[in-house]
Design a protein around this ligand. Sequence first.
Ligand code: TYD
Ligand code: MG
Length: 430
Amino acid sequence: MGKCPKCNKWNTLVEELIHKEKKRTVSNGFKKNTPVLIKNINYDKEKRILTNDKELNRVLGGGIVPGSVILLGGDPGIGKSTLLLQFALSSKRNKILYVSGEESQKQIKLRADRINLSSENCFVLTETSTQNIFTQIEELQPNILVIDSIQTLHTDYIDSSPGSVSQIRECSAELIKFAKQTGTAVILIGHINKDGVIAGPKILEHMVDTVLQFEGDRNHTYRILRSIKNRFGSASELGVYEMNNEGLREVNNPSEILISDRDADTNGVAIACANEGNRALVIEVQALVSSAVYGTPQRSATGFDNKRLNMLLAVLEKKCGFKLATKDVFLNITGGIKIEDPAIDLAVVCAVLSSDQSVSIQKKVCFAAEIGLSGEVRAISKIDERIAEAEKLGYEQIIISGYNKISTNKFKIKVIKCNKLENVYNKLFS
Ligand code: TYD
Ligand code: MG
């Protein structure tokens, strides 16, 4: 059935086979848990497993917590298997079992050769039955278990095919129970479906401790690892990698690669100090404004929200008197990354104006402010970090909102405060 007879929505039904459970020996026991005063609970400060990958450590909030379960999602071909194999081979002190249901041992070895790493402590198993995996684990006793991918596993207790909702739920439940009982860290790779969410039951994300998302534009080499949920650290941390011929390279200073070289007189380019995942990033915004040939002007943005672009253009039209209604506007954030931080508004507006007026913005100027609906330049969060990052990269001027309070005045970079878009325009173009 394509349509739900109850709510009349299309394509909302998910097949879930109901099976009689085969007998199972999970004894809940009769151990009674009694309430404890919270101040009486003792714990040892958890020791984290530090990986050799600084970006991964950062995203996980300072390493892997033993006994935790991490889910890594991402588009096909984005580099999930590469990331985890690289991690498994470079963390030489930990015994790691890499279970693959997708690739043969030979393929994994080929990949290991390609990324040019080897380790005495990394074992590979091609297996899809959880019961067999547990049998192998008992012998090997690894500290970290990597599963590539959860959608290929099946458990004998359920008859439905691998990848179905009930199989995924059951296999994850078994693995989570195993992780908590033995203190082994488990990392699961999860496929994502065409809507960009991890395939299988939504409940999977609730069950695990940490959810990471690996994303990027397939036509670019940069990959971003984001934490979406983290019970042991801050969510919304961000790690940056570059995919090259020898696997993934950590990019510890992303700002340098996100800015392209340009001549001083290129117009339509503005530099923004964005903040993605607790990390200041200096990025380049490019705009192209040209006369519309067809009736309806086109507005298109890559890496930036289209609706927000339309809003900013409306502000320019109505509040600042620029005639953009008959112009096509194209916007691009270089490097193929997506930015949701509203603090890049000012750079977007300035790039559009620069292209529209055919006047270039000086190379050593950058921007960090949000634009309000009445054309006011609004304050943003984490201004000190952004200014520090711009200064570190050698910028000489930064334009921010007059309402933003800076805690020190020790910056060498010249901080220019503006309250209205007109002031910014006068400073830059007249
Ligand atoms: P993979 O890790 O197999 O992706 P996933 O597991 O997310 O599906 O990555 C495959 C892509 O990465 C593939 O298109 C080839 C590319 N790649 C490189 O560019 N360099 C490398 O060193 C490796 C191992 C892969
Ligand atoms: Mg893979």
